[in-house]
Design a binder for this molecule. Structure first.
Ligand code: FAD
Length: 467
């Protein structure tokens, strides 16, 4: 039986980062992945392919709707759906090949096969019906990720009632699509297919889109998406779907009990994700799961068996690639006897619609619920010269700061390049900077980042010179 210092199960952003960091620190490391390619959900069917298609469809939408305003005439504009998906596949391939390179460079042993615990210290890896091997290790990391969740009455059949995974490998552009769920994945998928000319309806149970973010963001995004042609039905409870052969039906009712149904080429279920531990043999270990099936860990991300750690989507929390990556570094450095830190409240969330939406720290709803006194600085992109030059005037930055001391508590952005701008908010929160200090450094002109400066100025109690 081959012995390692560390065996990591799952090669998503949690697993591959953990394996590389472990090898960098000189540990004999193996990474086990059941699929043929490395990278997990994020690289194969999540972050990367969605952003590739979002970028392509954004160009197409710009060409169709905004180029003429710049004096650019395009005749005979069309979108080749197969080429769009082929480019996406190439982007995914570049990334998975990049991971193969990184594993070789760092001398991580990669084993493709399904891992299952035999006991607390031994893992069986099944590579094929005839081929399996046993691995022993001083430490293990479970990084097996998540799978799409559903709601009662909705069975994902992967044919007409699908998830984002199937939507990313369609052979033909659908004419219409109903998306159950107005969270991050739901609105990104809605943007993609709406830009391609599909009729898109989002059905959401909550009374806001992006219900986990500051509500002003979801409300602003809703207005923009509706203007773009997406139908959005809030406060609707889906209770049944039906595969009709060439189409599918969804049945739902509002809070007053009024029943409705819709028929579409596909029903895309985007109601969240659940931890994936099937077949991992956890019953042969002391590792415990909570009532929702998440692996239970302590603050050091150790399971009930101290030498078995767990990270990423499988332990719940924000199901984000960069959260999994931070946990990976944290765990490996903790194993190494270092004193790493992990601040969950400073992990940003991003939605790659256009405009983008990004957020870090407390929402206004959080502060109200906790009775914390706060000041708000809110500045619109429409008052920014760079945004006007680029015709990207939708949205705003909203800064929340402690009323008494001015320390940043939360930064919320909807607007062009929000995904990149939010890094400033993360730094501000991490180093406990005041809104006043954030506003007193120089921001290049003209840039979108000046909207951040103005919002910080307003949150510090001084007036803006630009509005
Ligand atoms: P995963 O990436 O899920 O990887 C787990 C790996 O473990 C898989 O490769 C799986 O095959 C393997 N595995 C499971 N069981 C076994 C076993 N028994 N033996 C061997 N291998 C096993 N997050 C962002 O931060 N930004 C985004 O833009 C973003 N976009 C997304 C878009 C979509 C459509 C989706 C679905 C998700 C998106 N996410 C995004 C979320 C992100 O993909 C996840 O948070 C991230 O992949 C979690 O990483 P992980 O390492 O925990 O698990």
């Amino acid at each position: 039986m081959e012995q390692y210092d560390l065996v990591v199960i799952g090669s998503g952003p949690g697993g591959y980062v953990a394996a590389i960091r472990s090898a960098q620190l000189g540990y004999k490391t193996a990474l086990v992945e059941k699929y043929d390619t490395l990278g997990g959900t994020c690289t194969n069917v999540g972050c990367i392919p969605t952003k590739a298609i979002l970028d392509s469809t954004h160009h197409y939408h710009d060409a169709a709707h905004h180029f003429t305003a710049h004096g650019i005439q395009v005749e005979g504009l069309s979108m080749d759906f197969n080429r769009l998906y082929e480019r996406k596949d190439k982007v995914v391939l570049q990334n998975t090949q990049g991971l193969n390179f990184l594993m070789r460079k760092n001398k991580v042993t990669v084993i493709h096969g399904t891992a299952s615990f035999v006991d607390n210290s031994t893992l069986q890896v099944v590579r094929s019906a005839q081929d399996s091997l046993l691995l022993g290790a001083k430490k293990f990391i479970i990084a097996t990720g998540s799978k799409p969740a559903t709601v009662p009455g909705v069975t994902i059949d992967k044919e007409r009632i699908i998830t984002s995974t199937e939507a990313l490998s369609l052979q033909k552009k659908p004419d219409n699509l109903v998306i159950i769920g107005g969270g991050v994945i739901g609105v990104e998928m809605a943007s993609i297919f709406n830009r391609l000319g599909c009729e898109v309806t989002i059905i959401e149970y909550a009374d806001h889109l992006l219900a986990n973010m500051d509500h002003e963001l979801g409300d602003a995004l809703k207005r923009i998406l509706v203007k773009d042609g997406i139908r959005i039905l809030l406060e609707q409870a889906v209770y049944k779907t039906e595969n009709m052969g060439n189409t599918a039906k969804v049945f739902f009712r509002d809070r007053g009990g009024k029943e409705q149904e819709l028929q579409a080429d596909y029903i895309l279920v985007a109601v969240g994700r659940k931890a994936f531990t099937v077949g991992l043999g956890l019953e042969n270990t002391g590792v415990r799961l909570d009532a929702r099936g998440m692996v239970v860990t302590n603050e050091q991300l150790q399971t009930a068996v101290p030498h078995i750690y767990a990270i990423g989507d499988v332990i719940g929390g924000a199901m984000l690639a960069h959260k999994a990556e931070e946990e990976a570094i944290f765990v490996v450095e903790h194993m190494d006897g270092q004193k790493p830190k992990l601040h969950y409240d400073r992990i940003p969330s991003v939605v790659y619609t256009w405009p983008e939406v990004a957020s870090v720290g407390a929402t206004e709803e959080d502060l109200k619920a906790k009775g914390i006194a706060y000041a708000i600085g809110k500045f619109p992109f429409s008052a920014n010269a760079r945004a006007r030059a680029g015709m990207n005037t939708q949205g705003f930055v909203k800064v929340l700061a402690d009323q008494k001391y001015g320390e940043l508590l939360g930064v919320h952005v909807i607007g062009a390049r929000a995904a990149d701008l939010i890094a400033q908010g993360v730094l501000g929160l991490e180093y406990e900077i005041t809104a006043d200090s954030m506003s007193r450094v120089s921001y290049a002109h003209p840039t979108y980042s000046e909207v951040m400066k103005e919002a910080h100025t307003l949150a510090s109690g001084r007036p803006s010179v630009n509005i």
